[in-house]
Write a new protein. Structure first.
Lengths: 94, 490
């Protein structure tokens, strides 16, 4: 996992799937930064732990951006009903 | 065909296991999107085991990858804290209002797989089973897409060439099945050429194809290899209607017997339907002998010649053709079924020596070794006991209890005949509502097993048709035991 930190923003490029291990590593780096950018171009899936982590992060009023999520991410969001509450237009970046 | 991973359950290991899973699923014929779904499902299970089963401490899990002709099954076994997963029901409103995501992983699991089964096997641990059907293009769509009208021409030539099947024959085989049976062939996977291709590529089966000198396919016959023993099953056979009664079936089966011997197989099974007697007569003609009757074995299939839906799960006769000339092992027979088992053995030229049961019999092993196979399409389960150990009764009871929620049509149990404890095992299993099924020669680990069955559907035995004398005898025994059991229940 590659990352870049500034005072308020953490940018992460995941080298593989967005799973529990990745969540724990991001949590360690994130601290109280209010802006998280995650590039998931190399991820085959984003699991429920990662989705819950991102949901809570946004719920606390922070800004989240996800680059190039795998197709299955949208299926998972739909199964959990989160497509109704996530503002995907602002979260997903090309 | 199985692959196994033994995992030390720590967080970093989950990624390694999912990497393997994705590649395995792709290699077994899934496209990348399907493989990602299955991989995410496994990740959810392993993450749950790590977080809740082992509370982020050390533990072990075993992941077993099983390839079936039309589906992929992943079995996860672990021994962590009891986990009452049915209590964790995901609630959208709880997630939105309170941030309570309990059960989210399990909600994904249910939706990402075609079957998700949880079995609590007591002291023998917990088992999760994920099943995904392989999605492929149906042969009728392929034919329609190509508008290949030349396919409709009937090739009535009588000069035939019999050759081993290769992956390039997959589409021709599917076409042959479709044209000969329309939608009534009882093995759904035969209509999907890509599934055929993968099965042949992976060595799951081998077969022979008959073509005319013009190259048109007119016959196909295959053996599906048993992954547990050196035996196979003649499971797929077709001859185009206009080429029947020309000895093609005989030529193909002789070819298959030679191919089976070359591959070191010790015997062939044929499972004949009892909806009608045709397949029983065919098997008998090729010297297969009846060894068992499996009640309620096939489910929801339609059969050629039956316009109406057959009103109960279909029972089958297990027929066996030995490919060996002598047996060097010996068996013990359970006292209550000794006469019929001796009669079944007497049909074969070479049989194992039959030992006398000693007076006092102890369980021979500390550990009981059981394996559970579930047929999702047949809605049945088979418990295989490889080894009688001290926990035999408890382990069997745990499996039976865990299966009680699945509403299966039938549960079969295979008991090895290589130890005199078979007598005690049969007595105990009978007490659990199981009845006779028969002998399954060399079915697991190249050993003979005694099969019993627990039927969980109502059966009308008048609809179970048997032709050969031995098949009728087996039917009489199971019918008597089945009705006695029903009366006792009432």
């Amino acid at each position: 996992m590659n990352y870049k930190k500034t005072k308020n923003k953490l940018e992460v490029v995941l080298s593989t799937d967005f799973n529990l291990n990745a969540v724990r590593q991001i949590q360690k780096l994130l601290k109280d930064r209010e802006h998280l950018y995650i590039d998931t171009s190399n991820s085959r899936f984003i699991n429920s732990e990662a989705i819950i982590f991102m949901h809570r992060y946004m719920d606390e009023g922070n800004k989240l951006e996800i680059k190039n999520p795998p197709r299955i991410f949208y299926i998972a969001l739909h199964i959990l009903g989160l497509h109704e509450v996530w503002d995907l237009k602002t979260i997903i970046t090309p | 065909m199985e692959a196994r991973l033994h995992l030390d359950m720590h967080m970093g290991m989950i990624g390694s296991a999912t990497d393997f899973t994705f590649k395995w699923c792709v290699n077994m014929g899934m496209d990348k999107q399907e493989a990602a779904r299955m991989t995410l499902a496994l990740d959810e299970i392993l993450t749950n085991i790590y977080l809740f089963g082992y509370r982020e401490k050390s533990g072990e899990a075993e992941v077993i990858f099983v390839y079936h002709a039309s589906e992929i099954e992943i079995i996860v076994r672990e021994y962590g804290e009891p986990f009452h997963f049915r209590q964790y029901k995901y609630s959208k409103s709880a997630a939105f209002s309170d941030g309570n995501f309990q059960g989210a992983g399990l909600e994904l699991l249910h939706n990402l797989t075609d079957h998700f089964i949880y079995l609590n096997r007591g002291k023998d641990g917990k088992e999760f089973r994920l099943v995904k059907t392989l999605q492929r293009e149906h042969i009728s769509d392929i034919i329609a897409r190509r508008s290949d009208h030349t396919e409709d021409t009937i090739d009535t030539e009588t000069d035939y060439l019999v050759t081993p099947v290769t992956t390039s024959d997959a589409e021709d085989i599917a076409k042959l099945i479709y044209k000969s049976y329309n939608y009534t062939y009882n093995k759904e996977e035969m209509y999907f050429p890509k599934l055929q291709e993968t099965a042949l590529q992976q060595g799951y089966k081998f077969g022979t194809i008959v073509r005319t000198s013009q190259g048109g396919p007119v016959g196909y016959f295959a053996v599906i290899r048993n992954t547990d023993s050196l035996v196979g099953e003649i499971g797929e056979a077709v001859v185009a209607p206009e080429h029947r009664k020309r000895g093609l079936m005989k030529r193909m089966i002789n070819e298959l017997i030679d191919m089976s011997k070359e591959r070191g197989l010790l015997g062939l099974y044929g499972f004949a339907l009892t909806v009608h007697i045709v397949s029983q007569i065919v098997n008998q003609k090729f010297n297969f002998k009846n060894t068992a009757i499996l009640l309620s074995n096939l489910y929801g299939a339609s059969f050629k010649g039956f316009d109406e839906h057959y009103p109960q799960p279909v029972s089958v006769i297990a027929d066996f053709l030995p490919l060996y000339s002598r047996r060097t092992n010996s068996v013990y027979l359970p006292g209550s079924y000794e006469p019929i088992l001796k009669e079944i053995y007497s049909q074969f030229e070479a049989s194992p020596a039959i030992n006398k049961l000693p007076e006092n019999i102890e369980k021979p092993f500390e550990e009981t070794e059981l394996k559970l196979n579930i047929s999702y399409s047949g809605n049945t389960a088979t418990i295989v006991c490889y080894q009688y150990g001290k926990t035999f009764e408890n382990s069997c009871a745990s499996i039976l209890k865990s299966l009680s929620g699945l509403k299966l049509n039938a549960i079969y149990i295979d008991l090895p005949l290589d130890h005199p404890w078979i007598d005690n095992a049969v007595n105990w299993i009978s007490g659990q509502g199981f009845i006779f099924s028969g002998l399954m020669p060399l079915i697991h680990s190249e050993k003979d097993f005694f099969r019993m069955q627990k039927i969980q559907t109502t059966l009308d035995f008048n609809l179970i048709h048997t032709k050969p004398e031995m098949a009728a005898k087996l039917k009489n025994i199971v019918s008597k035991e089945y009705h006695e059991l029903q009366e006792n229940k009432e």
